[in-house]
Write a protein that binds this ligand. Sequence first.
Ligand code: ATP
Ligand code: MG
Length: 335
Amino acid sequence: RNLKRHMECRRDIGTLNFRFLSIYESLIPEEEEKAKQKQLLTLLEKLVSKEWPKAQLFLYGSCANSFGVSKSDIDVCLAIDDADINKSEFLLKLADILQSDNLQNVQALTRARVPIVKLKDPVTGISCDICINNVLAVVNTKLLRDYAQIDVRLRQLAFIVKHWAKSRGVNETYQGTLSSYAYVLMCIHFLQQCKPAILPCLQGMQTTYSVTVDDIQCAFFDQVERLRHFGSHNKESIAQLVWAFFNYWAYHHDYANDVISIRTGSIISKREKDWTRRKGNDRHLICIEDPFEISHDLGRVVDKFSIKVLREEFERAAYIMQYDPDPCVTLFEPY
Ligand code: ATP
Ligand code: MG
């Protein structure tokens, strides 16, 4: 009721929707770009299989989870069933192989949290990160892609939120703000808890897909084509959802006690997870549970300075959605 009353104050709601939808559409990658990504993947497969015939390549991250905007880099996971590989040595060798095939800027980052080889393909102009055996990321990519197929409003909301986060400089994990992955989880959570719900909780339903990765069982309902009407009782449009999303993170989320969890489709308590105080570098100032690595808080990068920045940005966005004459411009103004 509150939401309706607030948004009805905006006489321009129809126009606002139209403009958010245009922004969303302008961010969707062209088919041509998708084709180029495939082309690069095929080239990489060819090079890798010469050296390691049993290795498999998977796309993961935003190029495969349907939350990728145009001109994004691609993320590739090289899966190889060899228990005693030394990742650093492997990556250095991989970098060598790729370098000798005319790929540009080949760089092995063996000391990163997730060690990778970076490269740029001069033919397609696409940059790419390759990691080794990060199969959980491939599975969480599938989970996100499956959620996106249930209701188009998830993809619309996530594109707007990611675009906002990039414009406002709050999508930088090395500066203590949140990853794109974390923002998409926040959007899924938001659409699971709104009333009537727009998204179900796939991990709370009958298991139709199940894999065990690094001793973690990943199980969920993946016949999402059967859920196409799930959110149809909720008629809220994208402008209303953007407003409500920012309002939730500005004024309604209980930062002191709550953890958002798309795994359970609800809020769980920090106390239950023992995330009430700082442990090492994990401060748990905003808590976002990973759907599979449940001991992993995607908010752990946030520190006492960046939490302020983030919350002020949520408040700014909520204010703009409520009062600004031209939210579609002001919201995305560079910081
Ligand atoms: P962008 O469009 O900004 O590149 P992205 O979805 O590719 O968005 P990244 O932050 O590049 O986001 O992450 C790539 C993928 O790696 C994610 O989609 C997710 O599958 C996985 N990932 C990233 N961060 C984490 C994390 N902290 N824990 C688990 N998986 C993660
Ligand atoms: Mg990426």
